[in-house]
Design a protein around this ligand. Structure first.
Ligand code: ADP
Ligand code: MG
Length: 699
């Protein structure tokens, strides 16, 4: 018991230079790193069965007994080498067979006591059962078994090291591990019942079921769900590291000097003049929150979260007006050219009576036009700009950027948000998202942001009716579309993007559009996808928005933001290929006006039962928050949170969903430490998982 966590891996017996290199490549450099390299699942190999009781084929069992025979038998197939054995446990004997492991006849000997774990199959002789290719371990009087006879941790391989060898190594590391004092012990919230680090590390690798073993099933499930106190202790540490990062960001922002904004009666009047409709109560409340922020000394950082169609654009426009009227420049960043073009059009109309006509900056503009817009932004003659990623290129310089707005925030990473902010001196930031996310995730991704909720729809909306259909209903669907479009409605027909090649998907859409044209004579059908030049795209979109186009066949380029209130039908081809959040976004393109709207989920032949359940769930609710929670839950313990994309550390144990209590507790601990001026001390006490190298993708 002498190894500290910081010892190099080579301090463990059996690790040479090559082993060290393999582990280093996986981000494992020390004993501590190795112990944070967690099993991705467990197998219950405890409770050996009596051989006499084994009568059911195809069950997976553990047996322990004496080897009474072991021989290699020549198979007729020259490439196959078969080792056959017999084990005996006093209640009976069992035939065992291994393939292509001839070394077993020299490793295992008659008379040895062995543990075996494998699946029973009908014996070749046709009589009785045999254990096929089991995992094995020779019983050692001195030590408890590592690979068998317990709940066994399963590891991913590391370079040439099999999961089994990694297990042996972890067992040795734990055996030699020195006493660990847990630096976080005084900080662990008492009500969470978290064990100290040393105990947690031991138990997540070699868990011991509590007490008399009657609760093994429940315990096993807790392990699989990473719910044991030991898992939660490790998760807490990771979440605390995240909380420290978030707390730092918050403190940094509060020390900055914001561009001053004032709200005068004049501004109120011009805002009122601009409004094409009455704001909803929620819009008014959210706007008040934003305007209050804009008047503070430190820069605003606010997330505006509102379901699809809740009316975020007008809130952004009015916020922009306040900053513009105080003499600042405003930038609005959108994820697609289509959306940027639409926002540019909307803002041009809204702000027609003000001196703040917007500019457009997207990648597909002619170079000279981009040049002109950039010059205006640099010398301050351009006040307001809408754009895509082209806005955050180095060549773009602002004279006095006061407010940065990011629409469909979830489509951008923290680096892009940061790049935009760096174009000004601590400008205000408003980020908007229509993909509602659970509170625990919001706290983690946007921890440094205040959150405003737009929880009310504009008046006159009726929920979109969602139905599921398959190929057999195509003729009926065509008839329905003909009627709906005949009565003045408009429709989208969306295709999953074929990822391997945009060219193929463009062709597939074109040929589909021909079929649709045939089925809907007299209806103008147009096509929209990423490869269509911007100018053409704009004119197609304008024709659709103007009601001249009845049916738009599109890829997911229309997924976010597109706003054509008269569109009333959304048909989604191969709906099973989309995730819940994406489907909800797509459906959100209809039901934006007074017309009764429909969403048709077309399923293909190979729609799995699980996908079916997902689609049914979508059809059963229009509540974006419930859908987001479900989406999150469905992804299970191995959810991909994409934290790294946000400049956040990836987790090995923690799940923002499963460990939401630990997350809230960690945030409280970090906030309290900051209050006491001890944030940096806390940062050093926490073993930041971000420094662990590439994380193991969770289960
Ligand atoms: P999202 O929140 O999805 O970005 P939009 O800002 O695109 O929503 O608004 C959806 C539609 O609702 C737009 O056509 C917009 O003009 C309209 N709208 C927004 N607010 C109101 C309101 N208070 N009253 C009536 N219509 C509104
Ligand atoms: Mg929008």
């Amino acid at each position: 018991m002498t190894l500290p966590l910081s010892s190099p891996l080579s301090a463990i017996r059996g690790v040479g230079a090559a082993g060290e290199r393999a582990f280093a490549a996986a981000g494992v450099g020390s004993v501590g790193d190795l112990l944070w390299y967690l099993p991705h699942r467990y197998e219950d190999r405890s409770n050996p069965r009596r051989i006499a009781s084994l009568t059911t084929p195809d069950t997976t069992v553990t047996v322990v007994g004496r080897l009474v025979q072991i021989v290699e038998r020549r198979a007729r197939n020259r490439h196959l080498r078969i080792v056959e054995a017999v084990v005996d446990d006093d209640t009976g004997s069992l035939a065992v067979v291994w393939f292509n492991q001839p070394y077993l006849t020299t490793t295992l000997h008659e008379g040895m006591r062995v543990w075996l774990y494998g699946t029973l199959r009908p014996a070749r002789s046709g009589w009785g059962l045999q254990l096929v290719a089991p995992e094995w371990e020779v019983e050692d009087e001195e030590e408890s078994p590592v690979h068998l006879g317990r709940i066994v941790p399963m590891y991913r391989r590391v370079g040439t090291w099999s999961g089994r060898r990694v297990r042996t190594l972890v067992a040795r590391a734990l055996e030699g591990l020195a006493e660990i004092t847990d630096p976080l012990a005084p900080l662990l919230p008492a009500d969470l019942g978290l064990p100290p680090l040393g105990e947690a590390l031991r138990s997540v690798h070699f868990p011991v079921p509590p007490g008399d073993g009657t609760r093994v099933d429940g315990f096993f499930e807790d392990l699989a769900m990473r719910r044991t106190p030991h898992h939660r202790r490790l998760a807490f540490e990771e979440l605390l590291a995240l909380a420290v990062v978030l707390e730092r960001e918050l403190r940094r922002r509060h020390r900055q000097q914001a561009p001053a904004c004032a709200v005068t009666d004049e501004i109120r009047d011009s805002a009122r003049n601009v409004l094409p409709f009455h704001l909803t109560g929620a819009q008014r409340r959210v706007l008040a929150e934003i305007v209050a922020d804009l008047q503070k000394e430190y820069p605003m950082a606010r997330l505006l979260q509102g379901d699809v169609g809740s009316g975020k654009t007008i809130v952004a426009a009015l916020s922009a007006l306040v900053a513009l009227a105080s003499g600042h420049q405003v930038a609005l960043l959108a994820p697609t050219e289509l959306l940027a073009q639409q926002h540019h059009l909307t803002l041009s109309r809204l702000l027609r009576t003000t001196p703040y006509g917007p500019e457009l900056l997207i990648g597909s503009l002619p170079a000279a036009e981009k040049q002109r817009v950039r010059r205006g932004l640099a010398d301050g003659t351009a006040h307001l700009v809408v754009g895509t990623h082209a806005l955050i290129e180095d060549a773009v310089v602002f004279g006095r950027l006061g407010l940065a707005i990011v629409d469909e925030q979830h489509r951008f990473g923290v680096a892009q948000r940061q790049a935009l902010l760096e174009k000004g001196e601590a400008p205000h930031l408003l980020v908007m998202t229509a993909t509602p996310i659970p509170r625990s995730l919001a706290l983690s991704l946007y921890g440094d942001l205040e959150v405003s909720l737009l929880d009310e729809m504009p008046p006159g909306r009726s929920p979109v009716r969602t139905v599921m259909r398959d190929d057999a209903s195509r003729p009926k669907l065509a008839e329905f579309l003909r009627r709906e479009i005949g009565e003045g409605g408009q429709a989208y027909w969306v295709f999953p993007l074929i990822e391997e090649s945009e060219k193929i998907s463009a062709r597939a859409i074109a040929s589909h559009a021909r079929a649709v044209r045939q089925a809907l004579p007299g209806v103008r059908v147009e096509v929209l996808h990423g490869r269509i030049p911007a100018v053409e795209r704009e004119s197609v979109m304008a024709a659709f928005a103007g009601g001249d186009v009845g049916m738009l066949c599109a890829t997911t380029v229309i997924e976010v933001g597109v706003d054509v209130p008269n569109a009333s039908v959304m048909v989604i081809e191969n709906a099973e290929r989309f995730g819940l959040a994406q489907l909800h976004q797509l459906r959100g393109r209809v039901g934006r006006g007074r017309r009764r709207s429909f969403c048709v989920l077309l399923t293909g032949k190979d729609c799995s039962p699980e996908a079916m359940r997902r689609l049914k769930f979508l059809a059963s609710t229009s509540d974006g928050f419930r859908i987001a929670e479900e989406d999150f839950r469905l992804r299970g313990p191995g959810e991909f949170t994409g934290l790294r994309q946000w400049g956040r550390p990836e987790f090995r144990v923690a799940s923002l969903w499963l460990h939401r209590r630990e997350l809230e507790a960690a945030r409280a601990v970090a906030a309290a430490a900051a209050q006491r001026g001890e944030l940096e001390a806390l940062a050093t006490a926490v073993r930041c998982p971000g420094e662990l190298g590439p994380a193991v993708p969770a289960g």
